[in-house]
Design a binder for this molecule. Structure first.
Ligand code: CTP
Length: 439
């Protein structure tokens, strides 16, 4: 009777998963039984099951050869498989689309701080001990006899109850400086506080140059993850207080105006999604652009290089910064603007920069109403307007091949936007007049 009760209590946590995830984990547990391998669900998903938060990132770890076990699962269930031998990990994509990462329980040694670790086999407890925080150092057993049993050797449940982020050992931030960003991220996401020793270690780590040793993509990943949280503004304040923004650029200041813009972004984004069908927005990148809103162009360029942004990301980020101030000033002018003037102000800006413009204007002002109206008009009408004539037709009419074609097309577009040219005939007349004038 008691064992049955225990069993029910143990599976209770896993029952918070969707039924198809649960049944897949049972099958994986049975397959591990056949191999005599202990297998566990581990890390963030265990934390989130305890917190009753949605997280379907299934990270599994095997006390044994994780890659060999992943191959077995892939064969048995016809799953897609990718292996990463250097890190002794594998990723499975099950036929029903569920993704499962499988690793071997390991000990990690760092040749030098901030380097990627060397990996050696180890027990589950050793594996949990090398992790970042106690709340992420728990595992749930999947083998049939103890299906659902929670392993919590370092007090993760207690820290979840006490709403506390706590490192597992003194060297945690030195081994892996990305954990400084992770500490901020989890503290903000869950509204947890940092345990005092952890806070001290974080402060000490932030004062060193360890983060400077992180590669561009690793630093970028952490910044974008912070920016992708529900309330990035609080995390940005942590970065400012800990002076971590110097690792993006020594002269980057996140002062009053940029902070106000970051704070206004939720409102600006809500408006954008409501009015402009904004699924085109890269929200984390937009927050990074807001963080950089007070910066001059050379700093923005340098930050893009440091983070090794992709071309597309760099192009968007480049459109932000101080230079948007004059755009906003133009958009907010009280006089009547011709549509071509609005087009000229906004032409070529990515959607993220348009949202940023909105966030730069004070709330509940007549200026904000004008900026909104003009951005909306630009997105819905002006930027999709094209001249009726194409380049070929211009050449046919006698325009010189080369830059003149582009210039005349731009003039035709402005004429069309402003209602001066209302169709092909008007545009042809416009071109003929221009050619006669040039002659
Ligand atoms: N981990 C770690 N140190 C890191 C990164 C990860 O110890 N620098 C461990 C933690 O146990 C973490 C697990 O690896 O729970 C999985 O990492 P990841 O998927 O990055 O984090 P999650 O905890 O799942 O966080 P999130 O909810 O943001 O995905």
């Amino acid at each position: 009777m008691r064992t049955m009760k225990n069993q029910m209590k143990q599976t209770f946590l896993l029952q918070r998963l969707p039924a198809r995830h649960l049944s897949m984990l049972r099958q994986i547990g049975r397959l591990a039984d056949e191999q005599d391998l202990p297998v566990y669900l581990v890390g963030g998903v265990v934390r989130d099951l305890l917190l009753k938060r949605t997280n379907w990132d299934l990270d599994l770890t095997v006390e044994g050869d994780g890659i060999a076990f992943a191959r077995l699962v892939a064969d048995r269930y016809r799953a897609g498989l990718a292996t990463f031998e250097r890190f002794a990990t594998a990723r499975l994509v099950m036929p029903n689309g569920i993704k499962v990462d499988i690793a071997s329980t390991r000990r990690e040694s760092y040749v030098r701080p901030a380097a990627l670790p060397n990996v050696e086999p180890a027990t589950l407890h050793e594996d949990l001990r090398r992790r970042d925080f106690t709340i992420n150092a728990m595992a749930i057993q999947l083998n049939s006899a103890t299906f659902g049993h929670l392993h919590d050797p370092y007090g993760g449940q207690g820290d979840l109850r006490a709403r506390t982020i706590r490192v597992l050992h003194e060297g945690s931030f030195v081994d892996d400086p990305t954990r400084m960003f992770r500490a901020i991220r989890f503290a903000q996401r869950f509204g947890f506080r940092l345990e005092s020793q952890t806070a001290r270690l974080l402060k000490a780590g932030a004062a060193t140059d360890l983060i400077a040793q992180l590669s561009g993509p690793r630093l970028c990943n952490e910044i974008l993850l912070l920016a992708g949280e529900v309330c990035p503004q609080r995390s940005f304040d942590w970065l400012r207080r800990l002076k971590l923004l110097r690792f993006l650029h020594p002269d980057l200041r996140y002062a009053g105006p940029a902070r106000r813009i970051v704070q206004s972004l939720p409102r600006a984004l809500a408006w954008w999604w409501r009015r402009c069908n904004g699924d085109s927005i890269d929200r984390p990148l937009l927050y990074v652009m807001a963080l950089l809103a007070g910066a001059e162009q050379p700093i923005i360029e340098a930050v893009g290089m440091r983070l090794m942004l992709s071309n597309e990301q760099a192009k968007k980020v480049r459109a932000g910064g101080q230079r948007l101030k004059s755009v906003v000033r133009g958009l907010g002018e009280a006089r009547r603007l011709r549509p071509s003037e609005v087009h000229r102000l906004l032409n070529g800006l990515p959607d993220e920069a348009l949202v940023l413009c909105l966030a730069m204007v004070k709330e509940r002002t007549a200026m904000l109403a004008r900026v909104k109206r003009r951005i909306c008009d630009y997105v819905k009408r002006l930027r999709v307007t094209k001249p009726a004539l194409g380049g070929d037709e211009l050449l046919h009419m006698g325009v010189e091949p080369g830059p003149a074609v582009g210039t005349i097309l731009a003039l035709l577009l402005e004429a069309k936007l402003d209602g001066v040219a209302r169709g092909k005939a008007d545009e042809r007349a416009f071109v003929r007049a221009r050619l006669a004038g040039d002659a």
